[in-house]
Design a protein. Structure first.
Ligand code: GDD
Ligand code: MG
Length: 354
């Protein structure tokens, strides 16, 4: 079975971290989101993944050298300066996908525990042209919302205005589609599958839904990204519980990738996720934070509720509190205290407290 992964968006809400990586490569507990997706697809019986991306995203994905988990991986690239939306890339990949059998389509920015075999089974049974994985959220207005009766979606509304959502059941961003769907998508322009195709299929009674119960996380904004890491860390923490080392203190749950070095008397955790080769000095405290690979945190720094980008340097005695986001390669000089929610651009040097 083939899977098309949509991953050509611009992730503007995740700036500054998305200035230097696409959303699908954001690490979730030290593993790129796309790597989690490949693993689940391979477990779900998929043998080929087609990545619908723009040229820049293709470049970043190639650089990452992910494990393909036995999948054949191909790229389908949006035309230069012409993002195709969510439906256009599907039409563009028509030849690669072929018309032989139903296939999976995924939003590449979602972390979800989805049993694809079950979803495919639901699709085969219903005879619909598209079967959407659905999950329940408190506020559905920033998602696609389904009016589900039995297993049939009677109406599909993308991002309804407040108070106008037909239910709390939202499109989880994973679909099984039959090749007949290609005929519903115009060629050569950007198409929103959610606004132009799903409502039409619903009108014709050819859109079905399948509710999922596992973990489902959209990493929309930096705070949601941090929260996603904490939730996933919780869900796998039993398998990575670490013994307390002699020279510094670990408060579980924590995740330390390979090559991490921590200085004496530092306290790491709870909820500290340290990427590959991160170096932490002595007497530092890191909790509720995600530190990307190769970052350096000097002696006595205190981080609580922060995200530190790849290769960033945090000076001695620096304080980064709730909501602080430091871009890749930025430098925060000694003794600087950033206020809550401070955002530092990639490669910027911060020398004064603000
Ligand atoms: N190749 C390509 N080209 N991919 C794109 C483009 C594009 O021009 N635009 C967006 N994508 C990809 C994104 O990278 C993402 O993985 C997926 O398509 C969905 O686009 P988003 O921009 O993230 O949409 P959204 O989050 O506002 O809403 C979508 O996801 C919700 C679930 O999180 C919709 O599908 C909603 O209905 C759904 O509820
Ligand atoms: Mg999204």
């Amino acid at each position: 079975m083939k899977a098309l992964i949509l991953a050509g968006g611009f992730a503007t809400r995740l700036r500054p971290l998305s200035c230097s990586r696409p959303k699908t490569l954001f690490p979730i507990v030290n593993k790129p989101l796309l790597q989690w997706i490949f693993e689940r697809l391979a477990q779900g019986g998929v043998d080929e993944a087609i990545l619908a991306v723009n040229a820049l995203t293709q470049f970043y994905i190639r650089q990452h050298k992910l494990s393909k988990c036995g999948l054949k991986v191909r790229f389908s690239i949006d035309p230069p300066k012409m993002p195709l939306g969510t439906g256009g890339p599907l039409k563009k990949a028509e030849k690669l996908i072929g018309h032989n059998e139903p296939f999976i389509m995924l939003n590449g920015d979602i972390y979800a525990d989805i049993n694809y075999r079950e979803l495919v089974e639901a699709h085969r049974k219903s005879g619909a042209l598209a079967t959407l994985a659905l999950c329940t959220v408190e506020d559905p207005c920033s998602f696609g919302v389904a009016d589900l009766q039995g297993n049939v979606i009677k109406r599909f509304v993308e991002k309804p205005p407040k108070g106008k959502a037909p239910s709390n059941l939202i499109n989880a961003g994973a679909y099984i589609l039959s090749p007949e769907v290609f005929a519903y998508i115009p060629e050569g322009r950007a198409v929103s599958i959610e606004r132009e195709v799903f409502p039409k299929l619903a009108e014709e009674g050819k859109l079905c839904g399948h509710c999922i119960n596992g973990l489902w996380i959209d990493i929309g904004k930096p705070q949601e990204y941090l929260e996603a890491n904490k939730i996933v860390l919780d869900s796998i923490s039993n398998s990575i519980k670490r013994q307390n080392p002699a020279s510094f203190s670990l408060k579980n749950p924590v995740a330390l990738d390979e090559g991490v070095i921590v200085g004496e008397k530092s306290v790491i955790g709870p909820y500290a996720i340290l990427g590959k080769n991160v170096k932490v000095g002595a007497n530092a405290q890191i909790s509720n934070s995600v530190i990307f690979a190769e970052a350096q945190i000097a002696d006595g720094a205190i981080l609580n509720g922060a995200i530190v980008g790849e290769g960033a340097k945090i000076g001695r005695g620096v304080k980064l509190l709730k909501g602080c986001v430091v871009g890749d390669l930025a430098k925060v000089k000694d003794s600087v205290h950033l206020h809550e929610g401070a955002v530092i651009c990639p490669a910027k040097e911060v020398t004064e407290t603000f």
